[in-house]
Design a protein around this ligand. Structure first.
Ligand SMILES: [Zn+2]
Length: 279
């Protein structure tokens, strides 16, 4: 898709599953399962949809998917299916990992940055995108390397430490422009230093939510994940942004929706919905 002078492509690292109750927080199951049905282990199927942006001659990937460094037990728990793996999806768009200038990470949970590293010849994790600066909020980086007890299972050092050792981490603090028309915007709530990505060019806008709104079923401001460290902050940020998106006709991008990536936000005055737009 084109947004002014910026090109954007939906990528895929396949699918995985998470507990449906955890994905919808306090929303009762009879309501959420009408939108996303659960399997016999109460899990719902989610997409892993990184985004490729080309702006001002720079190639930027937002998120790297869940990656492939898992044992069979973990693959079973999350039903990880690399259909396709991220690098295949990238190659289908004509790019190799060496071509990527920036990797932007909304936050550092393993399902967003697992593809930062892969197992190298030595059997140890090594960076997958060797020429890319990996853009993270400094606060998120600190949190990930010293997580609290509740967040510990979501942060894996193997996705982070090899980048630091290779000098590939670019810390930012608050809002920052990565390339012409591509900005990181703090959207705390899911984690304290979560960020989203706003593309603006010639009056057209694309907003990559990250986990602020992981699927089209999470557009309603009150439909917030149980995983969020500060759900009320997530609700308020959604209440700020959605009316503006609607008014200004932004295109949005859902990282975890199993069916929809690019979409327009619509409202009938009571509920927000997503109308898919094809890329
Ligand atoms: Zn996520």
């Amino acid at each position: 898709m084109r947004f002014g002078d910026v090109e954007a492509y939906a990528l895929s690292d396949g699918f995985f599953k998470l507990d449906g109750g955890a994905m919808f927080g306090i929303v009762p199951k009879p309501l959420w399962e009408r939108r996303i049905p659960s399997d016999n282990r109460n899990r719902i199927r989610l997409g892993l949809n990184p985004l490729l942006v080309i702006a001002g001659g720079k190639r930027i990937i937002v998120e790297t998917g869940i990656g492939a460094k898992y044992d069979p037990k973990t693959i079973d728990i999350y039903d990880i299916r690399h259909e396709p793996p991220l690098l295949e999806s990238l190659a289908a768009n004509g790019f190799s990992p060496e071509d990527i200038d920036f990797v932007v990470l909304t936050h550092l949970h393993f399902d967003h940055c697992g593809g930062n590293t892969g197992i190298g010849g030595s059997g140890k994790p090594v960076p997958v995108f060797p020429n890319a600066k990996h853009v993270v909020q400094a606060g998120e980086w600190r949190t990930a390397l010293a997580p609290d007890t509740r967040s510990r299972a979501s942060y894996l050092a193997e996705n982070l430490v090899p980048l630091e050792e290779a000098g590939l981490v670019m810390m930012i603090d608050g809002e920052a422009e990565i390339a012409e028309g591509v900005r990181c915007v703090p959207t705390p709530g899911h984690t304290a230093f979560h960020q989203s990505v706003l593309v603006e060019s010639r009056g057209e806008r694309l907003f990559m939510f990250g986990d602020l709104v992981p699927t089209a079923s999470h557009l309603d401001p009150a439909w917030v994940m149980g995983y969020d460290v500060n759900p009320i902050v997530t609700v308020k940020r959604k209440e700020d942004l959605l009316p503006r998106m609607l008014r200004e006709g932004w295109t949005v991008y859902f990282e975890h929706d199993p069916n929809i990536t690019f979409a327009k936000v619509e409202s009938d005055g009571r509920r927000y919905t997503a109308k898919p737009v094809s890329d």
